[in-house]
Design a binder for this molecule. Structure first.
Ligand code: ASP
Length: 342
């Protein structure tokens, strides 16, 4: 085997590979082989790169669990032949996808790094080259024959983050992502500065398990002052609904009105799983800290603690696909599975 790291570049679409449609002026994904021609620098990297592309590259607004399963299958099929994986993906839903893949790939011992860009690779001022080149370099890092990074990450604008801790915060700045409740893992400056104490611990010898069965019977509900019983009741009554991510205020607070708690309680009795996450971009849910969350704690609402909404909804889909029994579900959800909760 060659001593150079072997990296598989998986192209799903996104701005990085887009160009302007002549007629409409809108950005559209274009053919992957052309993308590679535009980055001759890749040949200078000290690793071997192979590429694979979605047949039809997509804008990441069209991402969904079936396509996550496609990415997971590509990684599964090529797992033993490569040292690391770089997934080129649109930034719009990248945090959802990185979160989903973190749950789908259990016992991951190799890097899976999502990246993309705010400007197409063909644009003079593009951020794509730095993102792509450094993501590949990080995926190639090895120490004593082992991968330095062995989790699902997101690399953007000089920072490597744990994927399931990220959220997209800006549609304009190159610095489009943040990880509000967990520090970045690596910073790219003159050198790559790694913070190994923050990396996920590897379960030595445990084989990769790939979970592709995600349950889509879920919804995110964001509270706002004035949300009505009619609206909430209609959502909670959706046939086959199994899980709700409830975005509450501050440290997990919500109205104390009777109709509100009754609605939640009835839903839980019917077997629905309701996860409390905060609307704040940072910080954690602490049910019981205020009177406005005590009622929810008492009726068995799940605490999302400091999880992002992106990680909460994908974790819900993943756990619902695992047939976990009703009694253990809350406990399992509140446990950190891939470093998504502090
Ligand atoms: N709309 C694009 C996408 O998410 C934006 C991007 O790639 O940054 O696919």
């Amino acid at each position: 085997m060659s001593s150079k790291a072997k990296i598989l570049l998986i192209y799903t679409g996104g701005t990085i590979g887009m160009k302007k449609d002549f007629e409409t002026g809108a950005l559209k994904a274009f053919n992957f082989s052309k993308l590679l021609q535009r980055i001759p620098e890749l040949k200078l990297l000290d690793c071997e790169i192979e590429t694979i592309s979605f047949d039809k590259p997509i804008d990441s607004s069209n991402m969904n669990p079936e396509k996550w399963a496609k990415i997971a299958t590509i990684i599964e099929d090529n797992y033993n032949s490569f040292d690391g994986f770089v997934v080129l993906h649109g930034s719009d839903t990248m945090s959802y996808s990185a979160s989903a893949l973190s749950f789908m790939l259990e016992n991951l011992a190799k890097p899976v790094i999502f990246t993309g860009s705010q400007l197409p690779i063909g644009d003079l001022r593009t951020d794509a080259k730095e993102n792509l080149i450094t993501a590949i370099q990080i995926a190639s890092l090895r120490e004593n024959g082992n991968a330095v990074v062995s989790e699902v990450c997101l690399y953007f604008e000089y920072k490597l983050y744990r994927g399931n801790r990220t959220t997209k915060i800006n549609a304009e700045h190159f610095n489009a992502f943040t990880s509000p409740n967990y520090p970045f893992l690596i910073e790219s400056g003159v050198h790559l500065k790694t913070n190994p104490e923050l990396f996920l611990l590897l379960k030595k010898g445990a084989p990769l398990k790939v979970h592709k069965n995600l349950d889509k019977h879920v919804v995110i509900v964001k509270l706002f002052p004035g949300i009505s019983e009619t609206v909430l009741a209609a959502i909670f009554d959706i046939p086959d609904l199994k899980g709700i991510v409830l975005e509450t205020y501050g440290a997990g607070n919500a109205p104390t009105e009777e109709w509100f708690l009754n609605l939640l309680q009835k839903a839980i009795k019917r077997g629905l799983h309701i996860v409390n996450v905060t609307q704040c971009s940072g910080g954690s849910v602490h049910m019981g800290q205020y009177e406005t969350s005590t009622g929810m704690k008492e009726i068995g609402i799940i605490s999302g603690k400091d999880i992002t909404t992106e990680a909460a909804i994908t974790k819900l889909m993943y756990l619902l696909g695992q047939n976990i029994d009703q009694e253990s579900f809350k406990n399992v959800f509140e446990t950190s599975l891939r470093g998504e909760i502090t």
